[in-house]
Design a binder for this molecule. Structure first.
Ligand code: NDP
Ligand code: MG
Ligand code: MG
Length: 338
């Protein structure tokens, strides 16, 4: 069972004489910067030249510096730009400014775990990873609550890495909900596996194949879209709130019986074996090597795959149908405004 920490296990005093440099002001960056600041922590934000986020951060009363200046000023440097750009930015603008006993922090383990960033031995390295998108990290905090976070300690040079990580998680609001201890290895590998096999890859293919089966059998694409994609949100919301049992409790008995008897015929032992193969490619870094190489080449394969998907019938009919549901746009706007 994962070790879990709450408010009483964390002490903000471990941040009291420190400056936290938040590098990047996107989904996670804005939430970390604002939550920590409101928790009484000294925060500076590091952004690249010409950054579109500069004004937004300054309007929130945050001090904005260049990435290098922020890294220099920060005792704790939290790297919150997209993972595929971190190694380059780290090498040029962060590493030169890390001094003895500083802390290098992340919200995802990819670059450390797969050796893309190799920090010196005289700094602490930890992860504080909220288990939710940034806008929720921020919104939940302002309502006096917090989202669950993971922490992991990769390198404890000072002997206080864990206390500092817990204090950081507390400043984010994470200890109000619960902070679970993991490792960079476990976080990185399970995250990649989850998004590939289940959340992004698995679910999208299931939806697409279901849509194809119905439309190829002569059913109308609009109807197939509703049954195979649109209604997924309802089901996922029910699972999110009450687990698989909670979902089955809420749907009809017909759906429950049909799902329980037919589901295992769709996703079976063979699928599970293929999931295990996907996991092996994550563990032996086949996937990471491929993705790093793809980025070096200017993401040609990703661009081609995006264009294939854009041409799929489910996307064409989906765009039409979603334009009929004007409240979807309002939902999105409301979310962005949070
Ligand atoms: P975002 O894509 O939201 O980051 C955007 C920020 O990064 C902007 O400030 C942008 O600057 C800056 N940026 C983008 N490209 C570069 C570049 N090449 N050089 C310098 N700055 C750049 O990132 P996320 O918040 O999604 O992710 C940050 C970290 O958090 C990642 O490690 C991710 O894995 C992790 N994470 C993300 C979660 C999420 O839900 N999003 C959840 C948990 C962890 P500009 O304004 O100039 O464009
Ligand atoms: Mg993920
Ligand atoms: Mg139905």
């Amino acid at each position: 069972e994962a070790k879990t920490y709450y408010n009483d296990d964390a002490d903000l005093k471990y941040l009291s004489d420190k400056t936290v440099a938040i590098i990047g002001y996107g989904s996670q960056g804005h939430a970390h910067a604002l939550n920590l600041k409101e928790s009484g922590v000294d925060v500076v934000v590091g952004l690249r030249k010409g950054s579109s986020s500069r004004e937004e951060a300054q309007n929130e009363g945050l001090e904005v510096l260049s990435t290098a200046e922020a890294a220099k000023k920060g005792d704790i440097v939290m790297v919150l730009i997209p993972d595929q750009f971190q190694a380059e930015v780290y090498k040029n603008e962060i590493q030169p400014h890390l001094s003895d006993g500083n802390v290098l922090a992340f919200a995802h383990g990819f670059n450390i775990h797969f050796g893309q960033i190799e920090p010196p031995s005289n700094v602490d390295i930890f992860m504080v990873a909220p288990k939710s998108p940034g806008h929720l990290v921020r919104r939940v905090y302002t309502k006096g609550s917090g989202v669950p976070c993971l922490i992991a300690i990769e390198q404890d040079y000072t002997g206080t890495a864990k206390n500092t990580a817990l204090a950081y998680a507390k400043g984010l609001g994470g200890t109000r909900a619960g902070v679970l201890e993991t490792t960079f290895e476990e976080e990185t590998e399970t995250d990649l596996f989850g998004e590939q096999a289940v959340l992004c890859g698995g679910v999208s293919e299931l939806v697409k194949q279901g849509f194809e089966v119905l439309t190829e059998a002569g059913y109308q694409p609009e109807i197939a879209y509703f049954e195979c994609l649109h209604e997924l949100k309802l089901i996922v919301d029910l699972m999110y709130e009450g687990g698989i049992e909670g979902m089955y409790y809420s749907v009809s008995d017909t759906a429950e019986y049909g799902g329980l008897t037919r589901g295992p015929r769709i996703i079976d032992e063979v699928t599970k074996k293929r999931m295990e193969a996907i996991l092996s490619e994550v563990q032996d870094s086949t996937f990471a090597d491929e993705w790093i190489e793809e980025n070096k080449n200017g993401i040609p394969k990703l661009k081609a795959l995006r264009s294939d998907l854009d041409n799929h019938k489910i996307e064409k009919v989906g765009k039409q149908l979603r334009s009929m549901m004007n409240w979807l746009e309002e939902d999105k706007t409301a979310e962005a405004a949070e």
